[in-house]
Design a protein around this ligand. Structure first.
Ligand code: MG
Length: 337
């Protein structure tokens, strides 16, 4: 698809984001590391392997049930490092502040970031601040980048996903998206739904310590579980089939989706990973997940197959049918993270 200007969907983690990356960025930036298009770049530095990742946060509202833009900015980058097998070490942070933004809110966000970093065991070691005139940005935007050490001997990559793999998810999906939606102006919902924003490096470390055969992990963020699975099906060239009734969704999240006409499969998460491993290891990995506070509602939700329908994501519906799930054009709701 060709566009003369940027649309909101270009930042949505769906088809238009992919078009932007492969059509505009990659042709100029191309190198072996970037081409892998994983959540972090994994680089060899002497005899060490490190991972390196960056992400920007523009969530609206900046304070939401279960978190705020500051904790989210720490969790997001920590999780992108963790799912590539990295033990996150340190972060940088960049602030773009709008003239007139309240000092009280800024201090609250900085405190939240520092608590989130302490909880995740990372240090914020460098940073930058820019202020733009009123109207040139909306209150504040945050960028974080992070570095981690990769010790895991296996190769964690979308290219390692194999025929026969089991697909697991670490808990209920769509919580973050539903929490933001219920707080957006004009919706006027009363609900107890909290964002699932959380640092997943502890959970991932436990999984990697117990299993030498993890093939791939990815954190489900703005496009939800549906978007990352559709993308991983495409990138792996294999068929991913998931069973709708096995995908954990909170009743109140399902309720919000029904009222607003959203599919929880595409609703944002900020504390959930999809994981691929050999079917024989799936039960063991599931038990590790369930034993961790951020994996209590984990489930085995599907399988991977080679053969026909390659590169597709198939949803086996609760009533016994099946349908192909396409990578969405963009995110359901702008500024979700
Ligand atoms: Mg990610």
């Amino acid at each position: 698809m060709k566009f003369d200007e940027i649309l909101l969907e270009h930042g949505g983690g769906g088809r238009l984001s992919n078009d932007l990356i492969t059509g505009v960025f990659l042709p100029h930036f191309r190198n072996a590391c970037l081409e892998r298009l994983e959540d972090s770049a994994v680089l060899n530095l002497g005899d060490k392997k490190i991972c390196f990742s960056t992400d920007s946060y523009v969530v609206d509202p900046i304070f939401f049930p279960g978190g705020d833009i500051g904790s989210l900015a720490v969790h997001g980058t920590v999780n992108d490092l963790a799912v590539c097998g990295g033990k996150p070490l340190c972060l940088s942070t960049g602030f773009i502040l709008e003239e007139g933004f309240g000092m009280k809110d800024l201090k609250k966000i900085i405190r939240s970031m520092s608590e989130a970093a302490a909880l995740a065991g990372v240090s914020i070691v460098t940073g930058d601040t820019k202020v733009v005139p009123r109207g040139a940005a909306d209150r504040l935007f945050i960028n974080t980048s992070g570095i981690g050490i990769v010790d895991y001997k296996g190769s964690i990559s979308v290219k390692s996903i194999a025929d026969g793999d089991a697909v697991l998810v670490s808990g209920t999906i769509g919580d973050h998206g539903a929490a933001i939606l219920t707080r957006r102006e004009g919706l006027g919902f009363k609900s107890d739904i909290l964002s699932d924003s959380a640092p997943l490096n502890g959970l991932v470390e436990k999984i990697l310590k117990t299993s030498p055969n993890i093939h791939c992990m990815r954190d489900a963020t703005r496009g939800g579980l549906g978007a990352i699975l559709a993308e991983m099906a495409q990138q792996s060239g294999l068929t991913i089939s998931v069973r709708e009734q096995d995908i954990p969704v909170r009743d109140d999240v399902r309720g919000v989706c029904e009222i607003l006409g959203f599919d929880p499969l595409f609703l944002a998460c900020e504390g959930k990973i999809a994981l691929f491993c050999p079917a024989d290891d799936a039960q063991k990995v599931l038990e590790i997940m369930k034993g961790h506070e951020y994996g209590r509602n984990a489930a085995i939700i599907g399988t991977v197959a080679a053969g026909k329908d390659q590169g597709r994501l198939i949803l086996k519906t609760a009533i016994g049918g099946s349908r192909e799930i396409d990578l969405p054009l963009g995110e359901l709701v702008p500024r979700i993270c």
